[in-house]
Design a protein around this ligand. Structure first.
Ligand code: SAH
Length: 257
Protein backbone atom coordinates (compact mmCIF):
# COMPACT_ATOMS: atom_id res chain seq x y z
CA UNK A 1 0.00 0.00 0.00
CA UNK A 2 1.20 3.50 -0.80
CA UNK A 3 2.32 5.62 2.14
CA UNK A 4 -0.88 7.08 3.62
CA UNK A 5 -1.79 10.66 2.80
CA UNK A 6 -3.72 13.17 4.87
CA UNK A 7 -5.10 16.50 3.72
CA UNK A 8 -4.04 19.03 6.37
CA UNK A 9 -5.31 22.59 6.38
CA UNK A 10 -2.52 23.91 8.61
CA UNK A 11 0.62 25.40 7.03
CA UNK A 12 3.00 22.60 6.06
CA UNK A 13 6.73 23.28 6.34
CA UNK A 14 9.90 21.60 7.49
CA UNK A 15 9.88 20.93 11.23
CA UNK A 16 6.24 21.92 11.72
CA UNK A 17 4.36 20.15 14.50
CA UNK A 18 0.95 19.06 13.24
CA UNK A 19 -1.90 18.16 15.56
CA UNK A 20 -4.48 15.93 13.90
CA UNK A 21 -8.03 16.84 14.80
CA UNK A 22 -10.31 14.22 16.32
CA UNK A 23 -11.76 12.92 13.05
CA UNK A 24 -8.37 12.78 11.36
CA UNK A 25 -6.81 11.03 14.35
CA UNK A 26 -9.60 8.46 14.33
CA UNK A 27 -9.12 7.85 10.61
CA UNK A 28 -5.33 7.66 11.03
CA UNK A 29 -5.61 5.25 13.95
CA UNK A 30 -8.38 2.91 12.85
CA UNK A 31 -8.34 2.98 9.04
CA UNK A 32 -4.69 3.74 8.32
CA UNK A 33 -3.49 1.98 11.50
CA UNK A 34 -0.74 4.49 12.15
CA UNK A 35 1.31 4.36 15.33
CA UNK A 36 4.07 6.42 16.88
CA UNK A 37 7.14 6.21 14.65
CA UNK A 38 5.18 5.59 11.42
CA UNK A 39 5.55 7.97 8.52
CA UNK A 40 2.83 9.40 6.35
CA UNK A 41 2.37 12.13 3.76
CA UNK A 42 0.59 15.42 4.44
CA UNK A 43 -0.57 17.74 1.72
CA UNK A 44 -2.65 20.72 0.73
CA UNK A 45 -3.06 22.81 -2.40
CA UNK A 46 -0.94 25.70 -1.08
CA UNK A 47 2.04 23.92 0.42
CA UNK A 48 2.27 20.72 -1.64
CA UNK A 49 3.16 17.34 -0.19
CA UNK A 50 5.42 16.60 2.79
CA UNK A 51 6.55 13.57 4.76
CA UNK A 52 5.82 13.47 8.49
CA UNK A 53 6.31 11.09 11.40
CA UNK A 54 3.77 10.34 14.12
CA UNK A 55 5.30 11.43 17.42
CA UNK A 56 2.36 11.21 19.75
CA UNK A 57 -0.80 9.11 20.00
CA UNK A 58 -3.37 9.34 22.75
CA UNK A 59 -7.10 8.98 23.25
CA UNK A 60 -7.60 12.61 22.34
CA UNK A 61 -5.58 12.84 19.19
CA UNK A 62 -2.33 12.42 17.35
CA UNK A 63 0.66 14.61 16.74
CA UNK A 64 3.17 14.46 13.91
CA UNK A 65 6.30 16.31 12.88
CA UNK A 66 7.09 17.19 9.28
CA UNK A 67 10.62 16.32 8.19
CA UNK A 68 10.79 16.16 4.40
CA UNK A 69 9.42 17.97 1.35
CA UNK A 70 8.13 15.65 -1.35
CA UNK A 71 6.64 17.74 -4.17
CA UNK A 72 4.85 20.98 -4.94
CA UNK A 73 1.10 21.02 -5.58
CA UNK A 74 -0.12 20.48 -9.12
CA UNK A 75 -2.93 22.59 -10.57
CA UNK A 76 -6.19 20.76 -11.17
CA UNK A 77 -8.79 21.31 -13.92
CA UNK A 78 -11.49 23.82 -13.05
CA UNK A 79 -14.29 21.26 -13.08
CA UNK A 80 -17.44 21.47 -10.94
CA UNK A 81 -20.31 19.04 -10.53
CA UNK A 82 -23.95 20.02 -10.09
CA UNK A 83 -26.21 17.09 -9.31
CA UNK A 84 -29.72 16.53 -8.02
CA UNK A 85 -29.48 14.62 -4.74
CA UNK A 86 -30.69 11.05 -5.06
CA UNK A 87 -30.94 8.33 -2.42
CA UNK A 88 -28.31 8.43 0.26
CA UNK A 89 -26.18 5.58 -0.97
CA UNK A 90 -26.20 6.90 -4.56
CA UNK A 91 -25.40 10.44 -3.39
CA UNK A 92 -22.45 9.12 -1.37
CA UNK A 93 -21.22 7.22 -4.41
CA UNK A 94 -21.47 10.30 -6.64
CA UNK A 95 -19.43 12.37 -4.18
CA UNK A 96 -16.78 9.66 -3.71
CA UNK A 97 -16.34 9.07 -7.44
CA UNK A 98 -16.37 12.79 -8.24
CA UNK A 99 -13.49 13.20 -5.79
CA UNK A 100 -11.55 10.43 -7.50
CA UNK A 101 -12.28 11.87 -10.93
CA UNK A 102 -10.90 15.30 -10.02
CA UNK A 103 -13.98 17.46 -9.41
CA UNK A 104 -13.11 20.69 -7.60
CA UNK A 105 -16.48 21.79 -6.20
CA UNK A 106 -19.74 19.92 -5.75
CA UNK A 107 -23.11 21.67 -5.75
CA UNK A 108 -26.21 19.66 -4.83
CA UNK A 109 -29.10 21.26 -6.73
CA UNK A 110 -32.79 20.64 -6.29
CA UNK A 111 -34.81 20.38 -9.48
CA UNK A 112 -38.54 20.09 -10.11
CA UNK A 113 -38.44 16.30 -9.82
CA UNK A 114 -35.88 16.04 -7.05
CA UNK A 115 -37.14 13.80 -4.27
CA UNK A 116 -36.09 15.93 -1.33
CA UNK A 117 -33.41 14.22 0.71
CA UNK A 118 -31.50 16.27 3.18
CA UNK A 119 -27.94 16.80 2.11
CA UNK A 120 -25.50 16.54 4.97
CA UNK A 121 -22.61 18.73 3.93
CA UNK A 122 -20.34 17.56 6.77
CA UNK A 123 -20.90 13.87 5.97
CA UNK A 124 -20.32 14.39 2.26
CA UNK A 125 -17.23 16.48 3.00
CA UNK A 126 -15.75 13.59 4.97
CA UNK A 127 -16.48 11.18 2.11
CA UNK A 128 -14.93 13.60 -0.39
CA UNK A 129 -11.84 14.15 1.74
CA UNK A 130 -11.21 10.46 2.40
CA UNK A 131 -11.58 9.65 -1.30
CA UNK A 132 -9.35 12.56 -2.33
CA UNK A 133 -6.59 11.51 0.06
CA UNK A 134 -6.14 8.26 -1.84
CA UNK A 135 -5.90 9.83 -5.28
CA UNK A 136 -2.65 11.81 -5.20
CA UNK A 137 -4.59 15.03 -5.75
CA UNK A 138 -3.77 18.09 -3.62
CA UNK A 139 -7.20 19.26 -2.56
CA UNK A 140 -10.55 17.74 -1.71
CA UNK A 141 -13.77 18.74 -3.44
CA UNK A 142 -15.60 21.53 -1.66
CA UNK A 143 -19.19 20.51 -0.87
CA UNK A 144 -21.75 23.31 -1.02
CA UNK A 145 -25.17 23.53 0.62
CA UNK A 146 -28.09 22.38 -1.52
CA UNK A 147 -29.82 25.11 -3.52
CA UNK A 148 -32.39 25.24 -6.29
CA UNK A 149 -31.24 24.86 -9.90
CA UNK A 150 -32.28 28.44 -10.83
CA UNK A 151 -30.33 29.74 -7.85
CA UNK A 152 -27.27 27.75 -8.81
CA UNK A 153 -27.44 29.30 -12.29
CA UNK A 154 -28.06 32.82 -11.04
CA UNK A 155 -25.03 34.95 -11.84
CA UNK A 156 -23.30 32.08 -13.67
CA UNK A 157 -20.00 33.12 -15.25
CA UNK A 158 -20.82 32.66 -18.94
CA UNK A 159 -17.27 31.61 -19.76
CA UNK A 160 -17.84 28.48 -17.65
CA UNK A 161 -19.35 25.77 -19.86
CA UNK A 162 -22.17 23.83 -18.24
CA UNK A 163 -22.20 20.36 -19.73
CA UNK A 164 -25.77 19.24 -19.33
CA UNK A 165 -26.45 15.49 -19.38
CA UNK A 166 -29.75 15.51 -21.26
CA UNK A 167 -31.12 11.99 -21.39
CA UNK A 168 -34.21 12.51 -23.43
CA UNK A 169 -34.97 14.63 -26.43
CA UNK A 170 -38.56 15.72 -26.78
CA UNK A 171 -38.77 13.07 -29.44
CA UNK A 172 -36.59 10.00 -29.13
CA UNK A 173 -36.97 9.36 -32.87
CA UNK A 174 -35.90 12.85 -33.84
CA UNK A 175 -32.41 13.31 -35.30
CA UNK A 176 -29.51 14.06 -32.95
CA UNK A 177 -29.10 17.68 -31.89
CA UNK A 178 -31.30 20.64 -32.73
CA UNK A 179 -33.89 22.32 -30.56
CA UNK A 180 -36.26 19.46 -30.01
CA UNK A 181 -34.16 16.45 -30.96
CA UNK A 182 -31.74 14.55 -28.79
CA UNK A 183 -28.57 16.15 -27.57
CA UNK A 184 -25.36 15.51 -29.49
CA UNK A 185 -23.33 12.51 -28.33
CA UNK A 186 -20.92 13.74 -25.67
CA UNK A 187 -17.72 13.14 -27.64
CA UNK A 188 -19.09 15.08 -30.59
CA UNK A 189 -20.47 17.89 -28.42
CA UNK A 190 -17.17 18.39 -26.60
CA UNK A 191 -14.87 17.79 -29.58
CA UNK A 192 -11.23 18.50 -28.93
CA UNK A 193 -11.91 21.20 -26.37
CA UNK A 194 -13.60 24.51 -25.73
CA UNK A 195 -12.10 27.61 -27.24
CA UNK A 196 -10.64 29.90 -24.61
CA UNK A 197 -11.63 29.23 -21.03
CA UNK A 198 -11.41 25.72 -19.65
CA UNK A 199 -13.75 26.41 -16.75
CA UNK A 200 -16.42 23.79 -16.83
CA UNK A 201 -19.18 22.11 -14.87
CA UNK A 202 -21.33 19.03 -15.33
CA UNK A 203 -25.06 18.91 -14.56
CA UNK A 204 -26.76 15.58 -13.78
CA UNK A 205 -30.49 15.31 -13.16
CA UNK A 206 -32.54 13.37 -10.62
CA UNK A 207 -34.01 9.88 -11.00
CA UNK A 208 -37.08 11.32 -12.66
CA UNK A 209 -35.02 13.43 -15.07
CA UNK A 210 -35.54 17.09 -15.91
CA UNK A 211 -38.96 18.50 -16.79
CA UNK A 212 -39.68 19.91 -20.21
CA UNK A 213 -39.66 23.38 -18.73
CA UNK A 214 -36.21 22.84 -17.24
CA UNK A 215 -34.89 21.41 -20.51
CA UNK A 216 -36.14 24.41 -22.41
CA UNK A 217 -34.61 26.80 -19.89
CA UNK A 218 -31.27 24.97 -19.85
CA UNK A 219 -31.05 24.73 -23.61
CA UNK A 220 -31.69 28.45 -24.00
CA UNK A 221 -28.63 29.41 -21.95
CA UNK A 222 -25.56 30.38 -23.99
CA UNK A 223 -23.08 28.54 -21.78
CA UNK A 224 -24.98 25.24 -21.69
CA UNK A 225 -23.69 22.32 -23.77
CA UNK A 226 -26.37 19.58 -23.86
CA UNK A 227 -24.86 16.12 -24.24
CA UNK A 228 -26.12 12.58 -24.65
CA UNK A 229 -24.47 9.64 -22.91
CA UNK A 230 -25.78 7.13 -25.38
CA UNK A 231 -28.99 5.25 -26.08
CA UNK A 232 -29.42 3.72 -22.63
CA UNK A 233 -30.91 5.62 -19.70
CA UNK A 234 -28.34 5.53 -16.93
CA UNK A 235 -28.88 5.95 -13.24
CA UNK A 236 -27.79 9.38 -12.07
CA UNK A 237 -24.70 7.97 -10.35
CA UNK A 238 -23.62 6.05 -13.46
CA UNK A 239 -24.28 9.11 -15.63
CA UNK A 240 -22.08 11.25 -13.35
CA UNK A 241 -19.16 8.80 -13.42
CA UNK A 242 -19.43 8.20 -17.17
CA UNK A 243 -19.70 11.88 -18.08
CA UNK A 244 -16.87 12.96 -15.77
CA UNK A 245 -14.63 10.32 -17.36
CA UNK A 246 -15.34 11.56 -20.87
CA UNK A 247 -14.93 15.20 -19.81
CA UNK A 248 -11.54 14.49 -18.23
CA UNK A 249 -10.47 12.56 -21.33
CA UNK A 250 -11.49 15.27 -23.81
CA UNK A 251 -11.26 18.55 -21.91
CA UNK A 252 -9.52 17.76 -18.63
CA UNK A 253 -6.30 16.32 -17.28
CA UNK A 254 -6.44 12.86 -18.77
CA UNK A 255 -4.89 14.40 -21.84
CA UNK A 256 -1.13 14.60 -22.31
CA UNK A 257 0.24 17.65 -20.53
N1 SAH B 1 -35.84 10.80 -17.03
C1 SAH B 1 -35.34 9.46 -16.94
C2 SAH B 1 -34.28 9.13 -15.92
C3 SAH B 1 -33.26 10.15 -15.60
S1 SAH B 1 -31.70 9.49 -15.37
C4 SAH B 1 -36.51 8.55 -16.79
O1 SAH B 1 -37.03 8.40 -15.68
O2 SAH B 1 -36.83 8.00 -17.80
C5 SAH B 1 -30.94 10.67 -14.30
C6 SAH B 1 -30.02 11.66 -14.96
O3 SAH B 1 -28.88 11.01 -15.50
C7 SAH B 1 -30.61 12.41 -16.12
O4 SAH B 1 -31.37 13.52 -15.73
C8 SAH B 1 -29.37 12.81 -16.92
O5 SAH B 1 -28.79 13.97 -16.39
C9 SAH B 1 -28.48 11.63 -16.70
N2 SAH B 1 -28.56 10.64 -17.78
C10 SAH B 1 -28.95 9.34 -17.67
N3 SAH B 1 -28.86 8.69 -18.85
C11 SAH B 1 -28.41 9.60 -19.74
C12 SAH B 1 -28.12 9.55 -21.14
N4 SAH B 1 -28.27 8.44 -21.86
N5 SAH B 1 -27.68 10.68 -21.73
C13 SAH B 1 -27.54 11.83 -21.03
N6 SAH B 1 -27.80 11.92 -19.71
C14 SAH B 1 -28.23 10.83 -19.08
Amino acid sequence: MAEPRLLIEQKLESGAAIALDEAQARHAGTVLRLNVGDTLRMFNADDGEWRARIVEKSKRGMGATIFEFIRPARAAPDLDLLFAPVKRHATDLIVEKAAELGVRRIFPVTTQRTIAETVRVDRLSTIAREAAQQTERFDAPEIHEAQSLPRALDGWDISRRLIYADEAGDDANAPWGGDTGRALPIAEALGSGPEGSRSMALLIGPEGGFTMEERRMLRSLPYVVPVSLGPRILRAETAAIAALSVIQALWGDWRRA
